[in-house]
Every structure is written in structure tokens, then in C-alpha cells.
Design a protein around this ligand. Structure first.
Ligand SMILES: [Zn+2]
Length: 261
């Protein structure tokens, strides 16, 4: 939901920029990529929900990411950074990774839209389905998720004019999804070292976080009762504005979705 909300906010705010003037189809592709990318950073933890998305495939990927992340943490930490297992909330939780993910996505889509975009869509739809439907799909039901993401990908790409989806749009969507994840992690008790390797208080892995009273426990009451519903409403509202502008919602023609304009 945070990925979708961030994508909605970006496309609504960037109305004078190409990313704010997408066709409805391109907007949906971006929305799928951003929603999935908002779960991508937690692939650094083999026990996270998202690591079970495609069964052993994502579990193996997760182990590799965890090891790389752990290595980078050990090499680049200062004496002030705790001697923790840097595998989780490490490299994939930094802006450097978000930029890298955006650049790699752009490059991959640029090489070939006909095969690269469907594969990316399938992968990120899988992460999104895993995240959004975690309650009604059993934890290890990789086949179920693969079938759902395949159906979503085919539906999306059948309807989408792929030539209208620019590679850069896909890259931006993945990057903004990752950043949405960091902001979500930052308001938890552990914070998020998103500014690595910029040294703050003599620490390269400084956990960025607001003052303690604005932080919450992961999976706690505040997240489930307050944050999740508010985020859902905001995500739907921003998506409606973006789609109305793109001319995809004729039933909302003339409806003022932003009351103060
Ligand atoms: Zn995380």
C-alpha cells in the first residue's frame, strides 16, 4: 500500500514532468512495479514473508542478498555501528540500493520490452500479491502466487501498449517503491539506515528515524488499526486523482477529487 501511495503521490505531484503525464496503461504498469518494489528491500531476510514469494527461487535469492548485505555491512561499518548481523536492514535498505534498482530496471527494460517487461511485471506482481494478500494465501503457497502474478501480468500486458511504457518510468516506479519501504521502516523502533554511507554521528549505518513518540512496533496495533487503513484510503485517493487526470475514469469526470483546488 505504501508503494502504491508513493507512486500515486509522485504521479499526481509531477504533473509538469513526463512521469506525471502517463497513459492509464503505463500508470498501471508503474503502480504494479511500485507496489511490488515496496517489498523488495526485505528480500535481504530469508525469513521475511516476501522471501517465500516464489518458493525456493526467492529463498535462494534472499540468501545471496543477505550474504552480500552482511559483507557490505562488515566492511563499511564504523566502530560506533553495532557489531550486528548486517544482513537484514542493510544494503537493500539504503538510497544507494533504490537508485541502483531504478537504474538496473531502466536498463533491463531498455534492452528488450518484449521479454524484459513481462518478466519484471511477473516478479514485482508476485511481490505485491505476497504483500497485499498475505492474510489469505498460506505462507508457502508459491504456486498460487505464481499463477496469480502470471494472470495479472498477462492481463496488464494484453491491455497495455508496451511502446507507451518508457523504460525510465519503470525505473522510477521501482525506485519510489523502495523509498516508500524505507520511510515505513524508519517509523518503526529500529529505524532505517537509508543514508548509508553518509556518516552521521560517526556512524555510516545510522538508523534514520523520527523522535521516539512517532515510532511504532512492526505489526503492532498502531500499524494495523491506524496506519494501514489511512494508507489504504490515501493510496486509493491518489490513484483516483492520477487516473482521472489520465482520462481513465470517465465516471469521475467533473468530480473535484482535490477539495482545495
Ligand atoms: Zn525492511
Amino acid at each position: 500500500m505504501s508503494g502504491l501511495a508513493a507512486w500515486g503521490a509522485l504521479t499526481v505531484l509531477a504533473s509538469h514532468h513526463p512521469v506525471g503525464n502517463l497513459t492509464p496503461q503505463a500508470w498501471f504498469v508503474g503502480a504494479a512495479l511500485a507496489s511490488g518494489a515496496a517489498l523488495l528491500p526485505d528480500l535481504d531476510h530469508p525469513e521475511s514473508t516476501v522471501s517465500s514469494t516464489f518458493g525456493s527461487v526467492t529463498l535462494a535469492l534472499s540468501s545471496v542478498l543477505n550474504a552480500i548485505s552482511h559483507g557490505v555491512y562488515r566492511i563499511s561499518r564504523t566502530k560506533r555501528d553495532p557489531n550486528r548481523d548486517g544482513g537484514h536492514r542493510g544494503l537493500t535498505h539504503t538510497l544507494v540500493f533504490a537508485v541502483l534498482a531504478a537504474v538496473v530496471t531502466t536498463a533491463v527494460v531498455q534492452t528488450s520490452k518484449s521479454w524484459a517487461l513481462p518478466i519484471l511485471m511477473f516478479f514485482f506482481c508476485g511481490l505485491a500479491v505476497r504483500g497485499l494478500m498475505h492474510e489469505w494465501s498460506p505462507k508457502h503457497d508459491a504456486v498460487w502466487i505464481a499463477v496469480t502474478s502470471l494472470a495479472l501480468t498477462i492481463a496488464c500486458l494484453k491491455w497495455t501498449d508496451q511502446s507507451a511504457t518508457t523504460a525510465a518510468t519503470c525505473g522510477v516506479a521501482v525506485g519510489i517503491g523502495c523509498i516508500a519501504h524505507y520511510l515505513g521502516d524508519a517509523i518503526t523502533e529500529q529505524g532505517c539506515p537509508m543514508l548509508w554511507p553518509v556518516p552521521i554521528a560517526w556512524r555510516t549505518w545510522y538508523p534514520v528515524a523520527p523522535p521516539k513518540i512517532f515510532r511504532m512496533r512492526t505489526g503492532g496495533k498502531v500499524e494495523l488499526v491506524l496506519l494501514a487503513p489511512v494508507l489504504t484510503v490515501v493510496a486509493i485517493w491518489l490513484s483516483a486523482i492520477a487516473l482521472q487526470r489520465a482520462g481513465a475514469l470517465p465516471m469521475l469526470n467533473g468530480v473535484r477529487l482535490i477539495p482545495w483546488t
